[in-house]
Design a protein around this ligand. Structure first.
Ligand SMILES: [Cu+2]
Length: 383
């Protein structure tokens, strides 16, 4: 901790000399493990003084269509340490810009870069755009702590920056963070640590749950083995010596994933599963729809949508927090919807919103299936 503090003036000097802050230089000045000042990801280990690998400003993220690497800092060399390519680190006190680039070849879609978590008191947050876009946008870090960004069109797209206070031990998440729902929480709050753990699961394919069709498998997600500083509600420090160990204990990891079983109850008809992160041969971007026969629970079809990368469009409605769910409802375009709804009604289906025709000519109805899935039926969107 002391070494880190003493290393700080050298960093400021460096920033003045080279204009942009080269954090690799900082690591050389403050971390004995980096020896001659050259950063080497293969030998680098997190310490209290240097809990996160040094990164050069500006910190840039390419927004991408590749599953998990949605906010890609392209630091493949650090993926084995950080267990994500969607987290970057800065040193608080050094003016650091975060750059977000949206465009080909990384993504064919438009996105937003929207704050969902930020340190209480930070400037320029929430960082929000009017709508999804392609191009570049920049954000300047101020207050130390944790900043998390999300795409509002594709809410699983997550990126984060820790603006680490160099005077405290560990990667400092800051005293209090503001959560997009309007609450301020101390960084030691269960909710914040839960989000942090999920971040590393969502943004690292190796941390996803892969099931075997016929035998149990062990799921053992990995997190940075780094010291992390959080704070209690009264402002007192709460140092987590090793985030990987901490999450393993807290969330009872590793866990066993049993092979999926078919439901005991037979279903009716065919159902569609959104498998939009599935990759397929001959397509550089993921995206598919999988259909099942509900009477046998057997897979019947896969549709790899040629030329389509992500199969969601910008929402015209205000988005609510997804609360752990990726999908609010699914929609089907139905020919002669009015007759179809009469048929459903005769079969005893209850409507949340009965069939109606909007002034625009679009027909609409909303039902909930027996498993609680909200299904919107429409007619006229394909015209
Ligand atoms: Cu997006």
């Amino acid at each position: 901790m002391r070494r880190k503090l003493f290393g700080l003036p050298a960093l400021f000097l460096l920033a003045t000399v080279v204009g942009t802050a080269s954090l690799a230089g900082l690591a050389g000045a403050s971390s004995p493990s980096s020896g001659n000042g050259k950063f080497n990801a293969a030998t680098w280990k997190p310490t209290l003084d240097a809990p996160l690998p040094p990164m050069e400003a500006p910190l840039s993220f390419h927004l991408s269509d590749q599953p998990a690497y949605w906010y890609d800092n392209q630091r493949t060399d650090l993926e084995g340490i950080l267990h994500t390519r969607s987290l970057s680190a800065a040193v608080a006190g050094v003016p650091t810009k975060v750059k977000f680039e949206i465009g080909e070849p990384y993504t064919s879609q438009t996105h937003t870069v929207s704050s969902i978590v930020w340190p209480v008191g930070a400037k320029g947050v929430p960082f929000i755009q009017q709508g999804s876009f392609a191009g570049e946008t920049e954000f300047e870090l101020s207050t130390p702590g944790l900043y998390v960004f999300q795409c509002r069109v594709h809410p699983y797209m997550l990126g984060a920056v820790v603006n680490d206070d160099p005077t405290t031990p560990g990667a400092d998440l800051g005293k209090k963070v503001h959560w997009i729902d309007g609450t301020d929480m101390p960084t030691s709050a269960d909710e914040i640590l839960f989000i942090v753990s999920k971040f590393f699961i969502v943004t690292e394919p190796a941390n996803w749950q892969y099931y075997s069709p016929d035998h149990p498998v062990v799921w053992d997600p990995q997190f940075p083995a780094a010291p992390v500083m959080t704070y209690n509600a009264d402002g007192s420090p709460n140092l987590i010596p090793n985030l990987n160990d901490y999450f393993h204990q807290k969330y009872h990891l590793p866990q066993t994933l049993n092979p999926p079983t078919k439901p005991d109850v037979q279903g009716v008809g065919e159902f569609f599963v959104d498998t939009q992160f599935e990759k397929s041969a001959g397509k550089d971007k993921p995206g598919s729809i999988t259909t099942y026969d509900a009477s046998t629970w057997e897979m019947t079809r896969k549709m790899f949508l040629p030329g389509i990368n992500m199969n969601f469009s910008d929402s015209k409605l205000a988005l609510a927090p997804t609360k752990g769910r990726m999908l609010d409802h699914i929609g089907f375009e139905v020919r002669d919807l009015a007759a179809f709804c009469r048929k459903l009604e005769a079969a005893g289906v209850k409507f949340d919103v009965p069939y109606m025709k909007e002034p625009s000519g679009i027909g609409r109805a909303l039902i909930t299936d027996p498993w609680g899935t909200s299904i919107e039926l429409t007619e006229g969107f394909n015209q």
